[in-house]
Design a protein around this ligand. Structure first.
Ligand SMILES: NC(=O)c1ccc[n+]([C@@H]2O[C@H](COP(=O)([O-])OP(=O)(O)OC[C@H]3O[C@@H](n4cnc5c(N)ncnc54)[C@H](OP(=O)(O)O)[C@@H]3O)[C@@H](O)[C@H]2O)c1
Length: 261
């Protein structure tokens, strides 16, 4: 490798994404941090630069904007960066019945969780394949393993991330490039508040992990070239159990876990 690896992390202003950026910076990679909250990105970039001596670039973008992937890659090119690793982590959910949830919010969710993730992968993967190294770490969720009543769109977006990642991993197998899907369960970040889920059985069960533990687990799995990484024993058991349950039953379990605790 002629130069240091550069890693683009979306959703790097808080939570799992901020910790994933730390994992890569700690290992000596330069990072490009993307999210909407520019001030939070600047603070995190400064801290990573000071602590680990790496370059940390800031990319303030709103990934709910249709077609935004092209603008992101144009900015990356203008900065003279070559993205070796793409961490598609930005995402959000919301709780509520499908018909009571704002249509704008549902479409924004699909744009961020699916469209931008796919577009960035499509634009950056060819370069990785040409160079024969690097990869993509997509952040899915244990939500991707079954339908999720009262979070129908969110669960469906994460099912997409899982399926897409596993298929891509096969397509690039043997190329030197790897694709990993990190599928966390409940994690102590801003996600639950934003999704109005903090008082659900799922988050009140006490099983929620720290974002640092989730990120470290995902980072190690990515470095090993694993296709799927489910952090935490309860999450592993839950994801595995969905293989044996009728989908209607798995769907009822998810609905139960979304009830107020
Ligand atoms: N926490 C959990 O329980 C949990 C469980 C499973 C999976 N996940 C997944 O983990 C990923 C990270 O979430 P988190 O738990 O770390 O929550 P978080 O702290 O709320 O982080 C979400 C990140 O996504 C960014 N983001 C959201 N909307 C965006 C937009 N329109 N444009 C650009 N960036 C946007 C946010 O930045 P800005 O607000 O600054 O834009 C933030 O950096 C998500 O994909 C989530 O679905 C979370």
């Amino acid at each position: 490798m002629n130069s240091r690896e550069t890693v683009l992390v979306t959703g790097a202003s808080s939570g799992i994404g901020a910790e994933l950026a730390r994992c890569f910076a700690r290992s000596g990679s330069d990072v490009a941090l993307l999210a909407r909250r520019e001030e939070a990105l600047n603070e995190h970039a400064q801290s990573l630069q000071d602590t680990y001596g790496v370059a940390a670039h800031v990319l303030p973008f709103d990934l709910s904007t249709p077609g935004i992937g092209r603008e992101v890659v144009d900015r990356v090119d203008a900065l003279g960066l070559t993205i070796d690793v793409l961490v598609n982590n930005a995402g959000f959910g919301n709780r509520g019945s499908f018909v009571d949830t704002e249509d704008r919010e549902q479409l924004d969710m699909i744009n961020v969780n699916i469209s931008a993730l796919t577009h960035l992968a499509r634009l950056l993967l060819p370069g990785m394949l040409d160079r024969g190294r690097g990869g993509i770490l997509n952040v899915g969720s244990t939500a991707g393993f079954q339908p999720g009543p009262n979070m129908a769109v969110y669960y469906a977006t994460k099912a997409y991330v899982l399926s897409f990642s596993e298929a891509l991993a096969q397509e690039v197998s043997g190329s030197g490039v790897t694709v990993t899907c990190l599928a966390p369960g409940p994690t102590k970040t801003d996600f639950a508040d934003r999704a109005e889920m903090h008082d659900t059985l799922l988050f009140e069960s006490g099983a929620a992990m720290s974002p640092a533990a989730v990120a470290n687990y995902g980072y190690d799995a990515f470095r090993r070239g694993d296709t799927l990484a489910v952090p935490g024993l309860p999450n592993k058991v839950g994801a595995f159990a969905t293989r044996f349950l009728p989908r209607s039953v798995a769907s009822k379990v998810a609905a139960y876990l979304h009830r107020d605790g």
